[in-house]
Design a protein. Structure first.
Length: 153
């Protein structure tokens, strides 16, 4: 078991709140010191209340899944003796109503393009097998239907 933490912080400042025109911009802080600007998606809350330059939770989920998949793919490719020079995924998530009528990320499509070098390279079935293994091992893919606990401070 391991524990992973993030601090999400928002402040109203001098904005009104009752008028619903407050900024949804906020900060995500991680244990290593990284800070990412977060916001609601502009499809949920229009600009200027949403920060168009910030990462929204929907994008973050897609990126987390893509990153997890990539990291396992690279590890498995290395163990097989392959050399990966570049990996690029143009991942897309679709937010829609699920079978219960609730808004949910109903489909995430990963579109990885992998460049190998060296004399020993995987064939198409080998690449598909690496992606299958990465998907099976990815913690985020396994967690998409995870329990969510709300523990107010």
């Amino acid at each position: 078991m391991s524990r992973h933490e993030a601090i999400v912080e928002w402040s109203r400042g001098d904005q009104l709140f009752a008028d619903n025109l407050y900024s949804r911009g906020h900060d995500w802080r991680f244990d290593g010191g990284a800070m990412v600007r977060g916001s609601s998606a502009p499809t949920s809350v229009p600009a200027p209340m949403s920060d168009l330059a910030a990462v929204d939770p929907e994008e973050a989920l897609v990126a987390a899944l893509s990153s997890c998949h990539m990291l396992f793919f690279l590890a498995f490719a290395r163990k097989e003796g392959f050399v990966v020079d570049r990996y690029r995924d143009a991942a897309v998530g679709l937010l829609d109503r699920d079978g219960r009528g609730k808004m949910a990320m109903t489909l995430i499509t990963l579109r990885p393009a992998v460049v190998f070098s060296g004399e020993f390279r995987p064939d198409e079935p080998g690449i598909k097998a690496l992606h299958h293994r990465a998907h099976e091992a990815c913690y985020i893919a396994s967690s998409i239907h995870a329990e969510v606990r709300i523990e107010p401070a």
